[in-house]
Structures are given as C-alpha cells and as structure tokens.
Design a protein around this ligand. Structure first.
Ligand SMILES: [Zn+2]
Length: 136
C-alpha cells in the first residue's frame, strides 16, 4: 500500500496549510486534514470547536464531507497534520466515517517530527460497524 510520493507531498502541504485555519480556541490543538477524492482532486478540512464541546468537528471529517459535497464518490487517501512532536491518528468517529468509503483508503498521519506509513482502515478500525460489504 503506497501513495504516489508527489501526491503525498501535495496532501501533506495542504493539510499543513489548512491546520492554520483551525478554530481551536478551547484546546489550542490545531489539526489539518487533506483528502484525495477518487477524481484526484484534493479537499481540506480543519477542526472547528464549539463552546458546547460535543459539537466540535474534526479536521478529517470536515475534509471528507467537503469532498463528498463537491461530488466525489470515493476517497483515495486521508492525510492528517498536527503541529506537534508525536503523531495524532484519526479518532474513532473519523475512523468509522473513513470506513464508509471502503477498504482501499490510505491514511497517513504526520507531525513536525514524524510521519506514519500509509495505513489501511482495517488496520486502524478492525471489525468496523457496518452493513455494507465493500469487497463486492
Ligand atoms: Zn476525528
């Protein structure tokens, strides 16, 4: 499982750039995500927090929902950036949303110091909830 290196670099730059737009006044923990849709276009999202904390939306889902709203039917890759030393992989809710788009989505997390290899949703969310059989 690999992402073409030029595409990965574009996704990483887009995720890093959009993290600067994060609305994270409560956590001061900006996150940026970039998604490559099936068309090859790149979509971005950042976390958007709310004073009612449970309403906060993650960067990953923001990016995925933007891709779908733009007409994408499939997702090739999700790249997540946090300006930290350690990596921040997607939360459980985002993993479930990623799993909706099949087994071939490649997921990369990177920080100021580290970068994960591409991971599959099966690695990050084995036995995901669902009724769809994506292998058909
Ligand atoms: Zn999340």
């Amino acid at each position: 499982m690999t992402i073409e290196s030029q595409l990965l670099e574009m996704l990483k730059q887009a995720a890093k750039d959009v993290s600067k737009n994060a609305y994270c006044r409560y956590s001061d923990f900006p996150v940026g995500a970039a998604v490559c849709g099936g068309s090859g276009k790149i979509y971005t999202g950042c976390n958007v927090e709310n004073v009612s904390f449970g309403l906060t939306m993650c960067a990953e889902r923001s990016a995925i929902f933007s891709a779908i709203a733009a007409g994408e039917k499939t997702i090739q890759a999700v790249v997540i950036f946090t300006p930290t030393e350690s990596l921040t992989p997607p939360c459980g809710a985002c993993r479930q949303v990623i799993s909706e788009f099949g087994d071939d989505v490649q997921i990369v997390s990177f920080s100021n110091l580290n970068c994960s290899g591409p991971q599959s949703i099966q690695e990050l969310l084995p036995s995901a909830f669902g009724t769809l059989n994506h292998s058909e």
